[in-house]
Design a protein. Structure first.
Length: 97
C-alpha cells in the first residue's frame, strides 16, 4: 500500500536515526540524516570508550552538523564523534518509541 514501509527498511532506517530538537526548547524530531555523519561511530571521553577524534561544530560554537578533526586522523583509523553533541540519546520514549 502507498506509504507503507517493510519492517526491514523501517528497522534499518531507525538504526541510523536519532531524536533532536532543531531549536532550543523546540519540538522533538526523529532525524535520519544519511550523509557523511553516517560514517562516524560513537566515542566518548569516558572509561570504556574510545575517545572521539572529531567534534560537531567548531571549538566554542554550537553543533551545526559540520565536523572538525580534533587530532590528526591516520589512514584506516576509525572516525569517532560524541553523539551526545547533537542527539538526545534518551528521548526515544518521548517519540512513542
Amino acid at each position: 500500500e502507498k506509504g507503507e514501509v517493510d519492517s526491514f527498511t523501517a528497522c534499518d532506517t531507525l538504526v541510523w536515526s536519532w531524536v533532536q530538537a532543531l531549536e532550543e526548547d523546540g519540538p522533538l524530531y526523529i532525524i535520519a540524516d544519511l550523509d557523511n555523519g553516517s560514517l562516524m561511530n560513537e566515542g566518548r571521553f569516558e572509561e570504556g570508550w574510545e575517545p572521539p577524534n572529531v567534534r560537531c561544530g567548531k571549538e566554542g560554537e554550537e553543533c551545526e552538523l559540520a565536523y572538525y578533526a580534533m587530532v590528526d586522523i591516520k589512514e584506516g583509523e576509525e572516525i569517532l564523534c560524541d553523539y551526545r553533541e547533537f542527539a538526545l540519546l534518551s528521548a526515544w520514549p518521548a517519540m512513542g518509541l
